[in-house]
Design a protein around this ligand. Structure first.
Ligand code: GLC
Ligand code: CA
Length: 562
């Protein structure tokens, strides 16, 4: 089972701009994070993943870095960072940085030099090409709408950006780029950070010759193009980074890798690969996307059987060979309770059920800020209330195509990244206690009902349920390392599985919907001796475990020792 601290950990993701504002400018900051460390410690998390806090002009909330070794001025100073790291360590927690190695900001000095002239020594730090037939060099489409190419009239060439035009892609074929990035990673490790989430790492290598994609309209937000995703050389580069830098530190690493299944993921995380500890997979994030062609915005109802297939495959393939990173939400996705649960009538039980799911799978569980109090999607009336560059580009593109406003807004209400980015709801005071000023993005209007203070006071809250799940993980190795086995693969409402380690077995029963299906104990499982570890409802007196009628969104976890 190869024990590691990062397998036994629970990670909490902070989106700093929306977490806590300490100085009333409406923007979350590092002092704000420091002021909430006791809260996180109390919740029981081990690792804090902080989304990018480097110097940035903020076109993509810090994912456009203009200086890797400085702090975004809105967030504070390097002294604030050092204090934050120290305070995290004092509390026995760890810090995972979010590092963007695929691209920089267009304001990074490297890019400013690169742009200056074709002969500049930094020209080759980025990917520049001549246009073709009066247009861009190829037909690739950007994650954030439109071509990946931006024309620069000064030098009459185009530069490549897989994301927004403010995020030019670095040229990883240039050894100087690699050396500079390695040095920078090392610089942070020497400061004592405990790990990295490598943003968009699957895309650092592009297909040789940058040929046209066969189907340019197959949206990269559903299926990352073969042209720039998970290409063989990514592994060479990651192994190089590992051998030269990462190997020397006891850290945790996770890569953002869209467009792959578990077999391919083993190339990143397989034992002995010398690359990453785990990756974020995206297969379950596209369950509700209508087709590869329309991208993430065009929604269809998702199917539980499909979810089981995907998750089971990851559980089984990676068992004893790699490690999973389990999540239902992050800063790029809608809120989990709105998407996979029910935020209207069963918000509390469904959020607890989803938490039970993520925390009882094999792999490291990730909590996204606010998930622990069941924060929900938001539906602003007007596009003017939105801030996310992806959302704004999508709106523009669809308007130009003549799509009716209400259709565009419906898609945005369901899928905009701003759903997860509204300020953290700390209490019932104005602006949810996030800021004393004007928040950079409007607070969700449900903050009077959904907030931390209220959740902490209520022993039945989602917050306390999370706390208990985390405690259980510390107590029972089977939760961390047990082997997963799916039960009832074809049941349309119940997701059930066992996890087995030596003489211990967990039985997890999850009702994913609002009906009351009956869970029939499968052959080979005996209810005798099963101890109920956690549940989101009180068990009924005298109930029959072999034929258990579940309540809407009911979740139960049993432990049995042999
Ligand atoms: C990743 C980040 C996302 C960002 C993009 C470009 O997908 O999670 O927030 O916009 O990379 O850096
Ligand atoms: Ca601030």
């Amino acid at each position: 089972m190869n024990p590691k601290w990062w397998k036994e950990s629970v990670v909490y993701q902070i989106y700093p701009i929306s977490f806590m504002d300490s100085n009333g400018d409406g923007i979350g900051d590092l002092q704000g994070i420091i002021s909430k460390l006791d809260y996180l410690k109390d919740l029981g998390v081990d690792v804090i993943w902080v989304c990018p806090i480097y110097k940035s002009p903020n076109h993509d909330n810090g994912y456009d870095i203009s200086d890797y070794c400085d702090i975004m001025k809105e967030f504070g100073t390097m002294a604030d960072f050092d204090l934050m790291l120290k305070e995290i360590h004092i509390r026995g927690m760890k810090l995972m940085m979010d590092l963007v190695l695929n691209h920089t900001s267009h304001e990074h000095p490297w890019f400013l030099d690169s742009k200056r002239s074709k002969d500049d020594p930094k020209r080759d730090f980025y990917i520049w090409r001549k246009g073709k037939n009066g247009g861009p060099p190829n037909n690739w489409e950007s994650y954030f709408s439109g071509s990946v190419w931006e024309y620069d009239p000064e030098t009459d060439e185009y530069y490549l950006h897989l994301y927004s035009k403010y995020q030019p892609d670095l040229n990883w074929e240039n050894p100087e780029v690699i050396e500079k990035l390695h040095d920078m990673v090392e610089w942070w490790l020497k400061k004592g950070v405990d790990g990295f989430r490598f943003d968009a790492i699957a895309h650092i290598v592009k297909q040789q010759g940058l040929p046209d994609a066969e189907n340019p309209h197959q949206s990269p937000t559903v299926r990352a193009y073969d042209m720039f995703s998970n290409l063989e050389n990514v592994h060479t580069l990651l192994q190089n980074l590992y051998d030269k830098v990462l190997y020397f530190y006891d850290i945790m690493t996770v890569g953002e890798t869209s467009g792959l299944g578990p077999e391919q993921a083993l190339d990143y995380v397989g034992d002995g690969r010398r690359e990453l500890n785990m990756t974020f997979q995206f297969e379950h994030m596209f369950l509700d996307a209508a087709s590869a062609g329309s991208g993430k915005w065009d929604m269809v109802p998702w199917s539980l059987i499909e979810l089981k297939k995907i998750m089971s495959n990851w559980q089984i393939v990676l068992h004893n060979r790699g490690w999973n990173a389990n999540y239902l939400c992050n800063h790029d996705q809608p809120r989990s309770v709105s998407r996979f649960g029910n935020d209207v009538v069963c918000r509390v039980p469904s959020a607890k059920m989803l938490a039970t799911f993520i925390h009882t799978l094999e792999g490291t569980p990730y909590i996204y800020q606010g998930e622990e109090i069941g924060m929900t999607n938001v539906a602003f009336d007007s596009i003017d209330e939105y801030r996310d560059v992806e959302t704004l580009n999508y709106y523009e593109e669809k308007r130009q195509q003549g799509v009716p406003e209400e259709d565009i807004m419906r898609a945005i209400h369901n899928k905009s990244r701003d759903n997860a980015r509204t300020p953290m709801q700390w209490d019932a005071t104005e602006n949810a206690g996030f800021t004393t000023g004007q928040p950079w993005l409007k607070v969700n209007s449900n903050y009077m009902e959904i907030n931390v203070v209220r959740a902490m006071k209520d022993p039945d809250s989602i917050y306390h349920y999370y706390k208990k799940l985390i405690e259980l993980r510390k107590k029972h190795k089977v939760i961390v390392y047990g082997e997963y086995k799916l039960l009832l693969p074809l049941h349309e409402e119940i997701y059930a599985y066992t996890r087995t380690l030596e003489n211990e077995q967990l039985l997890v029963i999850l009702n994913f919907f609002g009906q009351e299906p009956v869970f029939e104990m499968p052959d080979g499982l005996e209810p005798e001796g099963m101890e109920l570890l956690i549940s989101n409802f009180e068990p009924k007196k005298g109930e029959d475990l072999t034929r258990l009628k579940l309540r809407p969104y009911e979740a139960r976890v049993y432990l049995k020792r042999f």
